[in-house]
Design a binder for this molecule. Structure first.
Ligand code: UD1
Ligand code: CA
Length: 464
């Protein structure tokens, strides 16, 4: 049977002490709410409605255009948020899952438990619950003598006895659409927070004589809400561990999962080995058989197969197969390395293309450049790409050898097979197969140093 889903996301999240709405805080590369949206999609919700606040940015680029977004103008409580969403439901009689956008650890399998119980039980409502050693902050489940649910009491409104109850409301429900629509009209804001509580709709459904059932989860983790920064970091760690597990299952070696951070959008090929302290972020794709030594930090890059990367930072770059990078290299946005490229220690490359088999082994800056095949860029070479106003390109054609400590003042071109002598400053085109040398010619003055030492020694003696 078909069902709809409403995701409540409009709350400010005061306990986060943030300018960013709570559900938009990042967890492993995506806003918190996107995990809930994906789970709703995965289990086949027919229509998904997200309730957002008036100050939210447009979420369509992040969450997709297949969702409906409704704005809750004032955050008057979870009951009011649901009330705002009901009118946009195309099939209001369908069963309705209601979830909180601040419960990102919830799995599809668990949500299915709620819908299955709903269908099996001819219910007005199913509520997911769990037991917590420390239930503080959550609504408590109050049961009738026979064990069925009587009501949910928010902590702030609970009596001492009610507060001692360890069974909590997970904030996930499956409602009969028609029954909920009626119940939502009956709730009031006469509670400690002056809010319209969705939990009061559950109470009113019980009072209306409908069957209300609970599904009680053994594993409390999935119902963990994120209300403050401690719970956020807990959720980040759980999702990171899940991401790592997925890669371990796919044949990736991760030496120390507790000290490795892999975003949800990252793909990694089998037989890649990842040492501790690596962070792989964003939409990064890594090939097979790579070796990442400690502290590799990558955001939004594509790395080919069999690459060796040591303690380096890569941003929005593409790396071909069999490249060697680092230690301490920095690839900035727009860098494209072909296969078998070597980028060694303390090398920075920006917005440049480097051809197959080329080597930039040490202490260089290559910016806005086109480097051909089999090029050797000597230690300390710098492309001077910026004159304080504009940036210009440097072209280094196939088979060129750039001697150490050279400056290439762009725009400039070194043609195929040319040789730039070490220590040269090149500001004109170098023709193919030529040698370019711009150094002052060396002079040797025989005995100069010895004479200098002697005259200095005499001076010191006479001063004494
Ligand atoms: C809520 C439940 C509580 C439950 C807990 C589970 C109520 C009254 N309480 O408490 O019983 O144990 O979740 O995590 O429902 N939101 C809106 N508009 C609003 C207020 C909230 O969209 O006006 C959204 C929030 O963005 C959030 C969700 O609803 O994603 C829950 O709100 P929150 O304030 O976190 O409720 P809790 O106090 O955690
Ligand atoms: Ca919450």
């Amino acid at each position: 049977m078909k069902f709809n889903a409403i995701i409540l996301a409009a709350g400010k999240g005061a306990r986060m002490k943030s300018k960013t709405p709570k559900v938009l805080h990042n967890i492993s590369g995506k806003p918190m709410v996107s995990y809930v949206v994906e789970t709703a999609r995965k289990i086949g919700a027919e229509q998904i409605v997200v309730v957002v606040g008036a100050d939210f940015p447009d979420l369509t680029p992040i969450l997709g255009s297949d969702l409906d977004y409704v704005v809750q103008k004032q955050q008057l409580g979870t009951g009011d948020a649901v009330k705002t969403a009901l009118p946009v439901l195309k099939k209001p009689k369908n069963p309705l899952l209601v979830m909180c956008g601040d419960t990102p650890l919830l799995s599809g399998a668990t949500l299915n438990l709620a819908t299955e119980r709903f269908y099996a039980g001819h219910c007005g409502c199913v509520v997911l619950t769990t037991h917590l050693d420390n239930p503080s902050g959550y609504g408590r489940i109050i049961r009738q003598k026979g064990g069925s649910l009587a009501k949910i009491v928010e902590e702030r409104d609970a009596s001492g006895v009610e507060r001692s109850i360890k069974e909590i409301n997970g904030g996930v429900y499956c409602f009969d659409g028609v029954v909920l629509a009626k119940a939502i009209e009956q709730i009031e804001d006469n509670n400690s927070q002056g809010e319209y509580y969705l939990t009061d709709a559950v109470k009113s459904i019980v009072k209306g004589g409908y069957r209300v059932q609970t599904v009680t989860l053994e594993d409390a983790m999935e119902l963990q809400g994120v209300n403050d920064r401690s719970q956020l970091s807990l959720a980040i760690n759980v999702i990171n561990r899940r991401n790592i597990q997925k890669h371990l299952d796919n044949g990736v070696t991760i030496i120390d999962p507790a000290h490795t951070y892999i975003d949800s959008g990252v793909e990694i090929g089998a037989d890649t080995i990842i040492e501790p302290g690596c962070c792989l972020r964003g939409q990064t794709v890594i090939g097979e058989g790579c070796y990442f030594d400690n502290g590799v930090d990558i955001i939004d890059c594509r790395v080919g197969n069999y690459c060796n990367i040591i303690r380096s930072v890569l941003r929005e770059s593409t790396v071909g197969d069999n490249c060697n990078i680092g230690p301490f290299a920095y690839l900035r946005p727009g860098t494209v390395l072909a296969e078998r490229v070597k980028v060694g220690d303390f090398v920075e490359i920006k917005n440049s293309i480097v051809g197959p088999g080329s080597k930039i082994p040490h202490l260089s800056y290559v910016g806005d450049s086109d480097v051909g095949t089999g090029v050797n860029v000597g230690c300390g070479t710098i492309t001077c790409n910026y004159d304080g106003f504009r940036k210009y390109r440097t072209v280094i054609e196939d088979g060129v050898f750039i001697g150490s400590n050279s400056n290439l003042i762009a725009p400039v071109k070194v043609e195929r097979g040319a040789f730039v002598a070490a220590g040269s400053t090149i500001d004109q085109e170098v023709p193919g197969d030529a040698l370019a040398i711009t150094r002052v010619k060396q002079r040797n003055l025989p005995g100069w140093a010895a004479a200098k030492r002697k005259s200095e020694e005499c001076r010191v003696e006479s001063e004494e």
